[in-house]
Design a protein around this ligand. Structure first.
Ligand SMILES: Cc1cc2nc3c(=O)[nH]c(=O)nc-3n(C[C@H](O)[C@H](O)[C@H](O)COP(=O)(O)O)c2cc1C
Length: 164
């Protein structure tokens, strides 16, 4: 079974988790990089990013380092923006880049993630299917604990879906 960990990360938290999962299960790691990334780390990032979510934007992303269609299982990571996954993940899910893939979704947030899984599921299906999810609260403050939790979750997903 070929496995990839695909993630977008603006401030590095989701990427730390993605890297730890990939290393622990020997998966390829693919970073979603928008062609135009915001530069602000101050309050205006919420306006810039929130606006993208509200308008359902699918920002162009750089060519991927690996073809995602060669994998059977994809661990997909995103920070939560305005209650849902970040726009580059929308691009990944909704522009025909992957078909019929099993997706295990993990997301990092600071407490405002209501309905995050249901909202992701709407974008994952019908082209692909969701096999599990994990929410990770305040990675910056609980880095080691979140990494341990994510690695254990990923191993459990693999155990349950080794026939994917
Ligand atoms: C534009 C923007 C919107 C955000 N919206 C939310 C939100 O709705 N709920 C929440 O809990 N955290 C929100 N956050 C915080 C991030 O989800 C959180 O810090 C996440 O771990 C950042 O991941 P990253 O470092 O990989 O970018 C937002 C952050 C940004 C930049």
């Amino acid at each position: 079974m070929k496995i990839a960990v695909v993630a977008y990360s603006f401030e590095g938290n989701t990427w730390k988790i993605a890297s730890a999962i990939a290393e622990s299960i020997h998966a390829d790691l693919i970073r979603l990089i928008p062609q135009k990334e915001m530069t602000s780390t101050g309050f205006s990032k919420y306006i810039w990013g929130g606006r993208q979510v509200v308008f359902g934007m699918k920002p162009k992303i750089e060519p991927l380092s690996h073809d995602p269609n060669q994998y059977d299982l994809i661990f997909l990571g995103s920070p939560i923006w305005a209650g849902t996954f970040a726009p580059p993940v929308k691009t990944f899910l909704e522009t025909g880049l992957i078909q019929e893939k099993a997706i295990a979704y993990f997301y990092t947030h600071e407490g405002g993630f209501k309905n995050a899984v249901a909202r992701a599921q709407k974008s994952i299906e019908p082209d692909n299917y969701l096999i599990g999810s994990l929410d990770l609260l305040n990675v910056m403050k609980n880095e080691e604990q979140c990494i341990q939790q994510a690695v254990a979750w990923a191993k459990e997903i693999l155990k349950q879906h080794s026939n994917v």
